[in-house]
Design a protein. Sequence first.
Length: 245
Amino acid sequence: MQVYAIGDIHGQLDLLQGAHDLIARDRAAYGCADAEIIHVGDLVDRGPDSPGVVRYLREGVARGENWQVLMGNHDRLLLNFIRKPDWRDPGLRAGLDYLHPLIGGRATLQNYGVDAAALEDITLARAQATALVPQDDLAFIAARPRMIGTGAHLFVHAGLRPGVPLDRQTEDDILWIRDPFLLDSRDHGPLVVHGHTALPQACHYRNRLNIDSSAAYGGPLSAVVLEGRRVWLLTPQGRVELSPL
């Protein structure tokens, strides 16, 4: 069974459409038109068109495309910034909030039409965002699964807490974890496919596959095809196999 996956998008609609074009060409070349496409989350923040990304994926899922879309930590940040005014994401370092320049939420809110001046006051920013971000977008984000298993593969946004059964993994870890997962070399059973930790290119680590290739920072958006533990990066020239490190 083959399955496609796309890394962290971060408001890069053009790159997302390009990744889907590569997948369409690969589907036609290899006769796998029905193969599922899984997006590992972080639809929003930092990039120029977060609303366009959410709408593109929301409308595709609604018309029956064989797409799955996971929730990323940035997606949860946007959702709860609007829906839970008193909530603070435990994954954020002290001193950071959704409007901090390091997070990229300002770009998303401005994409949706929030005034730049309002971004200097969190109450005004939230009020404008509540009025301007479509409820359909928020409902779509809220409904995103946190984990998808296909048998040979397990798709999550950030990773897993090593040694913890899947049914006891927390949402905070699934959306935010780094070193405890990234530094762990044990086999997890299925190949864990994730993003969240930006790299120059997608990397296969035998027990996990990181497909966040820094689209948020000017890098490419990786689209891959998986068959068992074999992984190929899709390029305009065709498939390039990613050998385990």
